[in-house]
Design a protein around this ligand. Structure first.
Ligand code: HEM
Length: 158
């Protein structure tokens, strides 16, 4: 089962060493506790994921294959994806609070996702990661995860 997509959720925060408040790091009043060495913290917190998703959605909006799969109003989808990714990479558990267990395979079941759709989705994500300035092993880790996840959510041969 691919992490984050199946039964093993949640799994990111395995250790509980030093804790740090989001408020101190990001100027929010939220009293969540985060691992200071998580990717979430290293990459820039919620803002990093918000921007990643915002750029990704610019690609989706202009994509004739993907755009029709998404609802007219993209606002909520953006929030859900950004909160999911943030939580996956060690951020606060806001996605789960808002949406419950991710069950991504189930949530994507209404959409026909063949190799072309998965490729298009991943292409927009990789373009957005590259625009984020993330480099080296961090970039490889994020892109590797997104590629695996896109592949695992493919639910149609065509
Ligand atoms: C493989 C190609 C993919 C396609 C075509 C696709 C398409 C979609 C669509 C159409 C929605 C609904 C958006 C809305 O209701 O506003 C959605 C939601 C979502 N997708 Fe994907 N997706 C793909 C891959 C992924 C991957 C790889 C991830 C995770 C890494 C992901 C995470 C999510 C999340 C978290 C949501 C929101 C779920 C919720 O309603 O709480 N998707 N996706």
């Amino acid at each position: 089962m691919f992490p984050g997509l199946g039964r093993e959720w949640p799994h990111v925060i395995r250790r509980r060493p030093k804790v740090v408040s989001v408020g101190r790091l990001f100027g929010s009043s939220e009293p969540s506790r985060l691992e200071p060495d998580s990717a979430f913290v290293r990459w820039g917190g919620q803002e990093f994921f918000d921007r990643l998703v915002e750029r990704f959605y610019e690609g989706v909006e202009a994509d004739p294959l993907l755009r029709p799969m998404y609802p007219e109003d993209l606002t909520e989808g953006k929030v859900h994806l950004a909160l999911f990714l943030a939580q996956y990479w060690g951020g606060p558990r806001r996605y789960e609070e808002l949406r419950g267990h991710p069950r991504l395979r189930m949530r994507h079941a209404p959409f026909v996702i063949g190799p072309n759709e998965a490729d298009a989705w991943l292409r927009h994500m990789v373009a957005s990661v590259d625009a984020s300035g993330l480099v080296g092993p961090d970039r490889e880790e994020l892109v590797g995860y997104l590629a695996m996840a896109a592949h695992s959510l493919t639910n149609s041969a065509l």
